[in-house]
Design a protein around this ligand. Structure first.
Ligand SMILES: [Zn+2]
Length: 438
């Protein structure tokens, strides 16, 4: 049993959002009880974890991530001068992904996972590509995340961009891994069925994916750039969401990533199918693909969550950018009021659907995915303003301690489940080798 104390507890339970001088009691992989410091006497034998006056809160959830992008950091690409989103895909991502070996995949996952932990994320939903080592790639990622102790959902992004053989291998990798998850029920691992994007998928491949997926939810880039919408209208006479709907891609566990260029009818269709949209504002700004119409999505009653698209592992940063992009874009400081609902309520709903366990709130019987943040506010932190403290006062580097399923993954900034120095040393060797092969 463990007991976290000497901090301000932000529960994300709307009925009781903040507990001052709060205590969280963890029994096994679940939260047993919350309360104030009188609870310390009730559990004298529990391992005590001192929050040192900081925040005790649920771990953050990242609902769209690409660990395969890890080694792109600082990589020099000859003659890379992208003008469009397609140029970025062809010049960077579709060159990098082809280079990745099983060993590269494994170390990309380890370093991304370490950064996620250090920034307070406890759950990642990843979307993977390594076209020249498809088979078993999700096992390599699963091995890394299991060692780290993170909660992770994995899929392989099927695409026709590298030919039929690799597309088929991608289908088989998704099918195999999802079936393994169903049968073995591995701790903290889940699967979705990955599709790259409508504009790199033929009708035949989409049909084959739909047949192979069974009741698994799909995870697909949806009208991220205008190119996706234009291509589908031109070649199939349908916008992206409608075309994918023909193949039964949309179900209540499916994730429609980005949705920057969808129209009102497509929004309505996604709502009818109970699909979750994942907003990735930092990536959208970086790729200059436009700004998703969050207000319209809200009016349609869509469930919109927040991901990072591999741009960062710091979801506090993601929230800040989400807050700014819409204020800036609308020219209205009142815009982006939906961000806390996206990052917390909706991401929690999405992750709970995905993993089938309750995580993302500090409540009895929920999974003990908890972080301690070294943040001592100099203004009052209350049930009404906790969000503004997170938005304006906290960043990922302030996270000191992380628990997932009650296991301590990091304590006082020290990783406990892997040797960080050793992993980084090997990752640098892997990255150097990838860069040489570019
Ligand atoms: Zn993405």
């Amino acid at each position: 049993m463990k007991i976290l104390y000497n901090g301000t507890v932000i529960t994300l339970d709307p009925a009781n959002p903040v507990i001052h001088r709060g205590v969280v009691v963890v029994d096994g992989d679940k939260i047993k009880e919350l309360g104030t410091e009188e609870l310390l006497a009730k559990y004298p034998d529990a391992r005590r974890i001192d929050a040192q006056g900081g925040l005790i809160m649920p771990g953050l959830l990242n609902t769209h991530m690409h660990i395969y992008s890890a080694f792109a950091r600082g990589m020099a690409i000859p003659n890379y001068d992208p003008r469009t989103f397609t140029d970025i895909l062809k010049g960077l991502w579709w060159r990098l992904d082809k280079l990745l070996t099983p060993q590269d995949n494994y170390y990309s996952a380890l370093v991304s996972g370490i950064e996620a932990i250090k920034n307070g994320s406890t759950t990642l939903i990843d979307h993977h590509a390594s076209p020249n080592s498809v088979e078993g790639s999700l096992d390599e990622l699963a091995r890394a995340f299991s060692q780290l102790g993170l909660r992770t959902s994995l899929c392989y992004e099927v695409s026709d961009r590298d030919g039929l053989k690799i597309a088929r291998a991608g289908i088989e990798e998704n099918r195999r891994f999802a079936r393994w998850c169903q049968q073995e029920k591995p701790q903290r691992l889940a699967a979705s069925f990955g599709l790259h994007a409508s504009f790199t998928l033929s009708d035949d491949t989409l049909k084959a994916c739909a047949e192979a997926a069974g009741d698994t939810g799909f995870h697909v880039h949806t009208a991220e750039g205008i190119e996706d919408r234009d291509f589908n209208l031109q070649h199939f006479g349908l916008p992206v969401v409608k075309r994918l709907d023909k193949f039964g891609i949309w179900n209540p566990r499916s994730l429609a990533i980005h949705c920057v260029h969808i129209d009102q009818e497509e929004m309505e269709l996604l709502r009818q199918r109970d699909v979750s949209v994942i907003h990735n504002p930092e990536s959208n700004m970086g790729n200059a693909v436009g700004r998703a119409d969050i207000d319209a999505m809200w009016e349609h009653g869509l469930r919109v969550g927040l991901g990072s698209d591999g741009y960062t592992t710091d979801m506090f940063e993601g929230m800040k950018v989400a807050n700014l992009i819409h204020k800036h874009g609308e020219g209205d400081p009142r815009a982006a009021s939906q961000v806390p609902e996206m990052a917390f309520a909706n991401n929690i709903d999405i992750v709970c659907r995905h993993f089938g366990v309750p995580t993302g709130r500090l409540l009895p019987d929920w999974q003990a995915d908890v972080i301690i943040v070294q943040y001592k506010p100099y203004t009052a932190l209350t049930a009404d303003n906790w969000w503004f403290h997170l938005l304006m006062g906290v960043s990922g580097g302030m996270v000191r301690t992380v628990l997932v399923d009650g296991n301590i993954l990091m304590e006082d900034r020290e990783l406990l489940t892997v040797d960080e120095e050793k992993v980084y040393a090997q990752a640098r060797i892997q990255a150097e080798s990838v860069w040489k092969r570019l």
